[in-house]
Design a protein around this ligand. Structure first.
Ligand SMILES: [Fe+2]
Length: 597
């Protein structure tokens, strides 16, 4: 059965047939700025945050977790790490398909696929619900590597990210922690939302569940404290957030850093083990920070390239000052940013794409078009109320007179709301530790000025469009209303949205990493599916660990449904197959867990 390539163009009947045929429905990438989604996820974030405080599902997870000991495995043990997977079909399936290949090339070296697959969080977008897990995660993964009946089946372990927590973890526990669970060829083994894997040569992988950015609960602490770790063992720690990336002078240490630091110091290091590396997803790029002067401090890697929209890399701080919970300020460890993917220049170039916001995000464009219509209705209402009728009131005193006459109570209220919305959303605030009063004052003024200018540009567009319509139509009030509102919608959707993109980009260009939220919005708004990444790890028989970070510059857009290839992948690339390549040098840890290359 041929399946439609354009996932946004399928009719309800086509969708029904596809779900029947595949058992799931391929989903287009989430459009993050769309109004419906913003409202829905806002509510879920609020609800999950509130309930998370009162009913923390972690505290009731008491199932024993057995069978996680791989220490007797012979030869090398290969482990794959992927994070932030379940977004649009093209990107998620591409990554699952790459993982399912017998081997991937890393600068001429063939790396065999992992015996274990680790998922670092955010397995589903935008919010956790059973059907979203099926369509965006289980379906694509099971299609990429269907059950084949092979003797040695790979194991799969996952920790939840914030998106998995938006239904209080209910779906995550069903998908990953069920008895005898499986996803395609992968078997799930865990019974809780965190786990400790014992690997050969005294290596461990510990993975924690930080819920929605909070402390580690007692039950979980007990679980890790009871692990049979010996002094000198080596630990790779998985967490669901790069808590360290904002640890720079001039910024407050985020709470999440304190929670992570607590675990690293009081649980991992207190056991006598060596913390070799902390790895995470959450942000959808690859970034590696290395300690500059402390060989005992862990390498810190963000690799959230499993499927979700691309995040930029050019605003990452080149240097971090990471202050451990157990040290005073003087002993902060300096970290340097050693490698990123995509490269900073590519990331900077991609940020310009936000100028195409109207095309990239039609529902956001529709929202702005709607706002222009409301503004137009308010203005026309004021003009209608004039003693001489709509046309005469509008044209009596030229453009200035038209502006004055259209400024009624409702239109002024609309302008105030528009300004309030723009001002409120503008990420132009002084640093939390900024001491210079002049800088604080200047930044506040700049925020006011930019918001005012942004509002004025929208007003100018709307008023000029309305003025032109009146001039064009002549003294036909009904036609002025009808044509005026249609023209305003179009202008708001196309021009207004582009102006919005321009302002985002301008603030970003001037402020860079000082306006972190803006940098994030520029990428969320675009939903770029490309520049994905994964990390393949080799726990070698000689006791060393090597990490091979791999990237995929362009994910597959066109896939043919080929169930006849069973038990191979159910979809095959049409045309050139997506490829993975090295995005960093191999990261080698010696048998003591210290970096040796
Ligand atoms: Fe994410």
């Amino acid at each position: 059965m041929p399946l439609e390539d354009n996932l946004r163009d399928r009719s309800p009947a086509e969708k029904r047939d596809e779900r029947e045929e595949l058992g799931f429905l391929r989903q287009p990438a989430v459009r993050w700025l769309s109004p419906g989604l913003l409202a829905r996820s806002g509510v879920e974030v609020l609800v999950s945050g509130t309930f998370g405080k009162f009913a923390d599902k972690r505290e009731i997870q008491r199932e024993p977790q057995l069978g996680m000991d791989y220490s007797a495995a012979a030869g090398d043990v290969w482990v794959d790490y992927l994070s932030d997977t379940g977004d649009g079909w093209e990107a998620t399936y591409t990554m699952a398909w790459l993982l399912a290949q017998e081997s991937l090339d890393f600068d001429g070296q063939a790396l065999p696929r992992g015996r274990i697959l680790l998922l670092g969080g955010d397995q589903v977008y935008p919010t956790a619900e059973p059907v979203a897990y099926e369509d965006r995660f289980i379906g694509p993964f099971a299609a990429a590597r269907p059950k084949s009946g092979a003797v040695e089946e790979p194991d799969l372990y996952a920790i939840p990210g914030n998106h998995d927590w938006y239904d209080g973890l209910a779906s995550f526990l069903r998908v990953f922690c069920a008895r005898e669970g499986r996803i395609g060829e992968w078997r799930t083994r865990q019974r809780r939302s965190y786990f400790a894997l014992k690997l050969p040569n005294d290596w461990w992988i510990w993975a924690i569940d930080i819920q929605l950015d909070t402390y580690i609960d007692d039950v979980q602490l007990d679980y890790f404290l009871q692990q049979p770790v010996k002094p000198g063992d080596k630990i790779v720690l998985m967490t669901a957030k790069p808590a360290w990336i904002k640890a720079v002078p001039g910024r407050l240490e985020p709470g999440c850093w304190r929670y992570l630091s607590y675990f690293e110091e009081r649980v991992v290091r207190a056991s006598g083990a060596h913390l070799a590396m902390t790895i995470t997803g959450d942000i959808h790029h690859y970034a590696r920070y290395e300690p500059r002067d402390d060989p005992e401090a862990p390498t810190r890697v963000t690799a959230g390239g499993g499927g979700a929209y691309l995040s930029g890399t050019h605003t990452l701080y080149p240097e971090l000052h990471v202050r451990s919970l157990d040290h005073d300020a003087a002993e902060a460890v300096t970290y340097g940013l050693e490698e990123v993917y995509p490269r900073a220049a590519d990331s900077r170039r991609l940020s310009n794409g936000v100028l195409g916001l109207a095309r990239l995000n039609p529902s956001f464009a529709g929202l702005l078009g709607g706002l222009y219509v409301l503004l137009g209705m308010a203005m026309l209402g004021a003009l209608n109320a004039g003693a001489d009728g709509l046309y005469a009131t509008t044209t009596a005193d030229g453009f200035a007179g038209f502006l004055a006459a259209s400024a009624g109570g409702m239109s002024l209220l609309m302008v105030a709301l528009l300004f309030g919305g723009i001002f409120g959303g503008l990420d132009l605030v002084p640093g939390p530790l900024e001491e210079k009063k002049s800088v604080v004052r200047a930044t506040k003024l700049a925020r006011l000025a930019v918001a005012a200018l942004h509002t004025v540009v929208h007003l100018l567009i709307a008023t000029i469009v309305l003025w032109l319509v009146v001039k064009l139509v002549g003294d036909h009030p009904l036609a002025i209303w009808a044509l005026g509102l249609v023209a305003l919608f179009a202008a708001g959707a196309a021009l207004g949205t582009t102006v919005f993109g321009c302002f985002l980009l301008a603030v970003h260009k001037v402020r860079g990493s000082k306006s972190w939220e803006t940098a994030n919005q520029i990428f969320t708004a675009q939903s770029i599916p490309d520049y994905k990444n994964l990390v393949r790890m080799r726990f070698a028989a000689d006791g060393s660990l090597t990490l091979y970070p791999l990237g995929c510059d362009r994910v597959g857009r066109a896939w043919d449904y080929t169930p006849e290839h069973a038990p191979g992948p159910k979809f095959s690339p049409r045309g050139a197959a997506p490829t993975a390549h090295a995005i960093d040098s191999p990261l080698v840890f010696d048998r003591t867990g210290r970096r040796s290359g």
